[in-house]
Design a binder for this molecule. Structure first.
Ligand SMILES: C[S@@+](CC[C@H](N)C(=O)[O-])C[C@H]1O[C@@H](n2cnc3c(N)ncnc32)[C@H](O)[C@@H]1O
Length: 241
């Protein structure tokens, strides 16, 4: 996978997520020890602080972030965007089941070319998505473009801590070895669940992500970490011109 770039890598990622879409929620709950909903709620709270208006959830997957956003009174509408159609179909069903469908729409699209006008959105969330983007500076630039000045971007991601303690190392090793087996067992797709830990190994350390956000025009205003520093929320505010 590491050798794939640009369009080819996007296609590969979309194929992988299409294959695991039906088991994605279950595996998410197992792999995060049931914590991912709390992390999402925290990210949405931080993203919406001082904001009101339309929201976008990029790489929405099965729509958990879109549901959390739609539940908030300050969010007028939410669009969930993803490149993988089977994920979007599950997200559409989820918002109906969770009674927030009237506020939510889903759209097939790519984080590197957002189908939105400049400066219209109050907030953007991206959960466990940015590590899949082959050109993160371009994707962050697009996020800055469609947000209004002062609007917020919250990224929830598995990261490498700058200095990893013993527990973080242990957690990472377990993630690398256990995830493919879990994938094989539950999703019957070992390749897909080998991609996950691999995509994390390739990924940036915490401070590098913050610095890329800065280069794209965000001021990082809040940070939180969980699971011994291996999961982080970074919140950036789009600087005023
Ligand atoms: C690990 S899942 C995360 C799903 C969801 N945000 C969550 O928190 O559970 C990653 C998602 O990113 C999507 N994705 C990957 N590359 C993308 C891109 N270039 N543009 C939009 N979505 C993308 C995949 O289709 C997949 O649904």
């Amino acid at each position: 996978m590491a050798h794939l770039r640009g369009h080819e890598r996007r296609e590969y990622v979309a194929r992988i997520f299409a294959r695991i879409s039906r088991r994605y929620d279950l595996l998410n709950s197992i792999m995060s020890g049931g914590r991912h909903h709390a992390w999402r709620r925290a990210a949405v709270r931080m993203a919406m602080e001082g904001q009101a208006g339309p929201a976008l959830d990029i790489a929405t997957g099965t729509g958990d972030f879109a549901v959390e956003l739609a539940r908030r009174r300050e969010v007028s509408r939410v669009v969930g965007l993803d490149i993988t159609l089977p994920m979007l179909n599950l997200a559409r069903r989820k918002v109906v089941k969770k009674h927030v469908a009237p506020k939510a729409d889903f759209l097939r699209g790519d984080a590197h070319a957002l189908p939105f006008a400049d400066g219209g959105l109050a907030c953007i969330t991206v959960g466990f998505g940015v590590r899949n983007f082959p050109d993160l500076p371009t994707a962050l630039g697009e996020m800055a473009r469609v947000l209004r000045p002062g609007g917020r971007l919250a990224i929830l991601e598995i990261v490498h801590a700058n200095k990893e303690g013993f527990l973080a190392k242990l957690f990472r090793r377990a993630f690398r070895t256990v995830t493919p087996w879990l994938g094989a067992l539950l999703a019957r797709d070992r390749e897909a669940y080998t991609y996950l830990p691999e995509s994390v190994r390739e990924f940036l350390i915490y401070d590098e992500l913050a610095s890329l956000m800065g280069q794209a025009g965000f001021q990082v205003v809040q940070r939180r970490s969980f699971a011994f520093g291996t999961v982080a929320i970074l919140v950036g505010e789009k600087s005023s011109p």
